[in-house]
Design a binder for this molecule. Structure first.
Ligand code: VGL
Ligand code: ZN
Length: 197
């Protein structure tokens, strides 16, 4: 048992009707549920921001989807989303959450965004997921979820850099595709050795 399925941020706010809706975000839920049967280890991630998070445009008196500079680099300013305890932060109601061995939350640090399931956006502060996977002997990761060009992309690239064998099932992902972000993500993932299936 060396393989795990990592399901990224399949939460209400990233689905149609949510605060940061990804087009077609809900379409992937049945396929993800079905894919869980092929894995003995299933891990979910949950974007989990405190109110007033530094990645929110509202915290900077800025327009959503504008850019700012953070101490760790460029940052997209998002609409308020996935606020801890909110309905928007909950998993899509049809996702088979009961199959999860681990639910890892990220983005709880008020000053740093965290797209990746492995490191916050400073690329330094770990979430602890690497240690969990290594101590379970997991070496191969299949990733699905939302959004292809942000949290899936950052998670896949970090995992590959850490030495995991990574496959992204792009048919079970959906993208925000903001300002060329999807093309850049595909190029970045391929460059890092991530297999796009
Ligand atoms: C995400 C933007 C902000 C994601 C999370 O899950 O891809 N994108 N927070
Ligand atoms: Zn977020």
């Amino acid at each position: 048992m060396t393989q795990a399925l990592l399901v990224i941020d399949v939460q209400n706010d990233f689905c149609p009707g949510g605060a940061l809706a990804v087009p077609g975000g809900d379409e992937i839920v049945p396929g993800i549920n079905a894919l869980m049967a092929d894995f003995s280890a299933v891990i979910l991630t949950q974007d989990w921001h405190p109110a007033g998070h530094s990645s929110f445009a509202s915290s900077h008196d800025a327009e959503p989807m504008s850019m700012t500079e953070m101490p760790y680099g460029a940052q997209v300013l998002w609409p308020d989303h996935c606020i801890q305890g909110s309905i928007g932060a909950q998993f899509h109601p049809d996702l088979t959450v009961d199959r999860a061995d681990l639910i890892i939350r990220k983005g709880y640090n008020p000053a740093i965004d965290s797209y990746s399931a492995f490191f916050e956006n400073d690329h330094t502060t770990p979430t602890g997921l690497e240690g969990y996977l290594r101590t379970r002997g997991i070496t191969d990761l299949t990733m699905v979820g939302l959004a292809t060009d942000f949290c899936v992309n950052f998670s896949a690239v970090d995992a590959a850099k850490l030495g995991f064998t990574v496959t992204v099932r792009t048919d079970l992902c959906r993208a925000i595709d903001f300002d060329g972000s999807l093309d850049a993500a595909r190029t970045g993932m391929e460059g890092a050795g991530v297999m796009l299936a």
